[in-house]
Design a protein around this ligand. Sequence first.
Ligand SMILES: *Cc1c(COP(=O)(O)O)cnc(C)c1O
Length: 371
Amino acid sequence: MDKIHMVDLLGQYRHIEAEVNDAIRQVIETTAFINGPAVKSFEQELSKYLGAEHVIGCANGTDALQVALMALNLPSDAEIIVPAFNYVAAAEVVALLKYKLVFCDVDERLFTLDVEDVKRKITSKTKVIIAVHLFGQAVPMEELMALAAEHNLVIIEDNAQAIGADYMFKDGSRKKLGTIGHIGTTSFFPSKNLGCYGDGGAITTNDTELASTMRSIAGHGQSKKYFYERVGVNSRLDTLQAAILRVKLKHLYAYIEKRQQAAKIYTKKLSTLSWLKTPEHASYSTHVFHQYTIQVLGKDRDEVSTQLKAAGIPSMIYYPVALHQTPAYQSMQTGNLPVSERLSTYVLSLPMHTELTSDQVQYIVDTLRAL
Ligand SMILES: *Cc1c(COP(=O)(O)O)cnc(C)c1O
């Protein structure tokens, strides 16, 4: 059996090597390194894939969030609600732009934000909720959009971990995540479900005016070359990365299926173990398993991770500490966030990628079952 990786980008590349190399060579030979034709083509292809009217490439997923927030032109005392059990990006851009960061707690079963806690955190100054589709499945968007309508809020979907997942509405209709809120943001960091070979990101929206504002902000605030209508930033999706993403987007359905197949075996074979809890699926969302995250409840988590490692199985903790418990964000804590704190001590993510074989998954579950 081949070595088990947490993520296997080299193994994945081997299957698309000729196509990727060709795409890279084309960019180099046309020297269209900045805003080359591949950027526009990729934006159009992603827009079609997602069913979003506008896709704006940018430099990374954190910038996507920053550009989105800048475009909203919020009052300086605006409050923005962000989950405390999360990657740092959303909290970071709120703090950088000097808005008031209001942490909310998450749902113990689903890892995504807890709508009841969001309701408790809404005040007359709340303007935005950043809905992070953590680990590959959706926040309850239908409830969140109703809250947004009631309180006149903007919903930004941080879709960095769930690109390609579908939302199933109560009326039976479906939409891709990132196209339901007012704005969606995503990241093409190499290990993401749609990853490039460096940094990359994108913003999606169906609002034409917001789209043009965000495009302008990402491009130095220009309306046309050398005419600055606002203060912007320099955040471009690199042409080489766009060319690689065009190749990989064609495989995204198959990549998602591979992750789902691995997850299915994990859940089937692990859900009977009493010392751990397998991830639950939300009824309103498909799950694209950016991470397969178990909760280690009846054993010492470090011990489990050490024993896995001794058997040649890597594992990772996403995330080992809730954001409000880190030095940078502890002064911004608002109320109790017990679930976020608890989860950070239980969670353990198992190997999950497109190249995992069923033998490898079987070996991982056998090892866990023997602990
Ligand atoms: C990866 C990630 C980001 C940021 O992506 P970068 O491209 O690394 O800036 C934002 N939010 C979430 C939830 C992420 O997982």
